[in-house]
Ligand binder design. Structure first.
Ligand code: PLP
Length: 423
């Protein structure tokens, strides 16, 4: 190795002095300021010998588990041949990935632009929508999360993230998520595209009313507006379908993927579009490019991930185990209504409303004590989110439930002590 592993004290010092002391403080507050050193499946191990059950999965990046052996093998083999593209010759791994993506994704999606992350894939979607339509406006939803580079941030409607960076990019509209009438009223003849997550992730695991996406598709077709679906978090089996839009049979004009597309081993993003969307891009292919986008190593990981998605039964496991998990959590909520307010989700994308943001923080600290990874939603800090690897078996889910119950008991005790002190 080109470095020797520093001990925890040194890692903390380097974070404080060279990474971000605020971030170190935040992690320390939640009991997460230990160095991670190893992971496999749903387990993450630390330098100080602790082993966590991972129910966050890199915010949806480890649908196939940490260090999935099939993905690792594919990447190792590619590493020995050609990890990065010359950028001058044809790239056969990227070409194969584009062909496989076209085959596995819904509807008429045919072409793909490969990048390195979710936010880059969203940037490409915004640019392609503007290029194709010749119109400037992009409408997205309240509490949406599409990433934090400037274009994506302009559609990530949360004041806390947007306000330090104003002025943002102009012509980004916002509508309430799940409200078709509001969307209809917001579309004008300068609207290029409507961009939505099929289930809002960072917004607090918000599943829209049944028929909403179908309605959005019909509306955008009627009004001649492109539909971009951001499946960075919902895609790759997470919600119990390969892609969440398949639940209602909705076919977008542009589909955005990232996170688990890399099989949990490589970073990658993909922006897919129809023949119609790609037409002007083909006339002018250099208007949007990326040096590392489409590199062979990341594409080989994505090809292995698509194999797992197609043949490994991951979406089915997400549907089945997710229903089991949600039912168990709803039982827990009924036993602890003073701590947990509501449980909801789709497949293995599960949100738990705590009764308040403070209780959510107490719960996270207690759950971390129990050596389970759990996190709050970035746009909605009173929501705990549970997004484990999709193949987490019921025995492990049962163990997580035992630990969550203990965390609820601990949180209840603290709340009772508080109220005694006050009264
Ligand atoms: N879009 C969605 C729906 C996301 O959930 C995220 C990240 O959480 C992004 C885009 C941004 O992805 P990245 O963090 O890889 O830039």
């Amino acid at each position: 190795m080109p470095y020797s592993l520093p001990d925890d004290a040194a890692v903390k010092q380097y974070y404080a002095e060279h990474v971000n002391s605020g971030l170190l403080g935040l992690l320390g507050f939640m009991g997460l300021d230990s160095a991670e050193v190893e992971a496999e499946g749903w387990l993450v191990r630390t330098n100080d010998g602790r082993e966590f059950i991972d129910c966050v999965a890199g915010y949806g990046s480890y649908n196939f588990g940490h260090r999935n052996p099939d993905v690792v093998r594919a990447v190792r083999e590619q590493l020995e041949r050609m990890p990065m593209s010359s950028k001058l010759l044809l790239n056969p791994v990227q070409a194969t990935l584009a062909q496989r993506l076209a085959a596995i994704t819904p509807g008429e999606l045919k072409y793909s632009f490969i990048s390195n992350s979710g936010t880059e894939a969203v940037e490409a979607a915004i640019k392609l929508a503007r290029l194709r339509s010749g119109r400037p406006d992009i409408i997205s939803a309240k509490n949406a999360y599409h990433g934090k580079t400037l274009g994506s941030l302009s559609s990530t409607h949360r004041e806390h993230f947007q306000s330090p960076f104003r002025p943002l990019i102009a012509n980004f509209g916002v509508v309430p998520f799940g409200d078709l009438d509001a969307l209809e009223a917001a579309i004008t003849d300068t609207t290029a595209a409507v961009m939505l997550e099929p289930v809002q992730g960072e917004g607090g695991i918000r599943v829209p009313p049944a028929g909403y996406l179908t309605g959005v598709r019909e509306l955008t077709k009627q009004r001649g507006v492109l539909l971009i679906l951001d499946e960075v978090q919902t895609g790759m089996g997470r919600t119990g379908r390969n892609f969440a839009c398949e639940r209602e049979g909705v076919e977008p004009d542009i589909l955005v993927l990232a996170k688990s597309l890399g099989g949990g081993v490589m970073p990658i993003g993909a922006t897919l579009g129809t023949e119609y969307v790609w037409e002007l891009f083909q006339e002018n292919p250099l208007v949007h490019t990326s040096t590392f986008g489409g590199n062979e190593l990341a594409c080989s990981a994505a090809l292995a991930a698509l194999d797992l998605l197609e043949h490994g039964g991951y979406a089915e496991m997400a549907e089945r185990n997710g229903a089991y998990f949600i039912e168990a959590l709803q039982g827990l909520q009924r036993d602890f209504p003073d701590v947990l307010a509501e449980v909801r989700g789709q497949g293995m994308m599960i949100g738990i409303d705590c009764v308040s943001k403070d209780v959510c923080e107490l719960m996270i600290a207690s759950v971390i004590e129990e050596k389970v990874f759990i996190a709050f939603a970035l746009n909605n800090p009173e929501v705990l989110r549970i997004e484990p690897p999709l193949h987490m078996p019921v025995e492990v889910i049962d163990e997580v439930m035992i630990r969550l119950r203990r965390a609820c008991e601990g949180t209840r005790m603290i709340l009772e002590q508080f109220s005694q002190m006050q009264g």
